[in-house]
Design a protein around this ligand. Sequence first.
Ligand SMILES: Cc1ncc(COP(=O)(O)O)c(C=O)c1O
Length: 469
Amino acid sequence: MEDEFINAMERATKRATEYRKTSAARPPRPTASLEELRAAFDLPLPQDPRRGTEIIDHLADAAEPGLIGITSPHHFGWVMGGSHPVGAAADFLTVAWGQNAGIYATSPAAAVAEEVSARWLLELLDLPKESSIGFVTGATMASFICLAAARTHILCEAGWDLEQEGLTGAPAVSVFLAAEAHATIHAGLRYLGFGDRQKVSINVDGEGRMCAEDLAQKLAAHKGPKIIICQAGHINSGAFDPIPEIVKLARQFDAWLHVDGAFGLWARSVPELEHLCEGAEGADSWSVDGHKWLQVPYDSGFAIVKNREAHVRAMDISASYIKPSASDGVIPSQYVPELSRRARGFAVWATIQALGRSGIEEMVARHCRCAAHLAEVLAKEPDIEVLNEVVINQVAIGFGTGLPVAEQDALTNAVIAEVQRENTSFVGGATWKGRAILRVSVISRETDIAHMDQLAASILRAWEKVKAG
Ligand SMILES: Cc1ncc(COP(=O)(O)O)c(C=O)c1O
């Protein structure tokens, strides 16, 4: 048994290190087709056991051509961190230890790693020290938890005991959110029993920022319990809502304020960017990812709630066989919707140590400089438009200035397809403000100015090809 572990682990480590050593030089997009991947994985259900080292080799051979180069500095798709090597190594250990971070008793070390990491996160993000943190899969689940705490609390304030009474017949809650709130916010609200009828859509400006004046008017027009959801870091523009004004309105109207800061909240860890997200400490809850700008390997997100009691009330799982004892430390399951789960805190603890405060500051600032550099290079080109104010790491680009929108969209989509076909850098697309955009997110740990120049060259080559028909 021990030999089986040693052999399989050594082989996995060998394959992992070979992969990471070459990841910057690999094409960032998968090279295998769906059919090829199916052929590589789709064996008949095994009747008998197979040797571990053989399985690991088969797995690596089958998977590698179908992997996307998230760990490569040439990856600019979606908004995805580069999985820090030390975090990845800590995750290897986590898996080897086989811990269950459900309660303190099932893994005291996992609970303490989360306790200490939570303190560091609050320091890094400069959020209220009394806040509690749930270590979850990502920002989607983090917002869900924060909004569950919000629902519990505001209904309680309105004299409604949610745990006792359930949602049926509860006071009507109004949820105020920007017209361009992230899709996962709508998903979280749906999981919590809030439909479109409970949502109040707030107008946005050209960067997707919530309009505080519109929010004020709509808050004044609604009675009853209220939740406001604002955003630090718009998925396309990177823009920040006017948080200080929104905080004031939340206090004036006695609303719970949640900040979706999946990646943008990290601006608070960089002195020259702090102003973008100032005032966010005045909110009630925050969702932020570990697996984006902090570079913790997937899956890692943080549900941060100032009111610990509301957080625990919304998430607690109690049963006699998992009852904590008086000497236990934090109980991780009190802050997340899961009982048994992976010990997510070890990789967070290791990644924060590997980067340190200065490493995070340097990396986030560098990524923002990289985005500004790309925007500057491309904006000089005729018929290419940078469609957002580049305030952090996101750049939205359109092609065919002045042409009818349908033609611009066709050109932009053709450029994206050509950059992907060339496969030296990876970018994706989206629709924003009614038009197709090429989206660049600079968020992979090692990305520097030279990688941006290579990306710009790839985009310009693609553009020349598209123009030439
Ligand atoms: C603003 C915002 N909120 C939420 C999410 C969802 O995050 P995750 O995919 O980590 O759940 C994202 C993802 O990009 C995002 O940009």
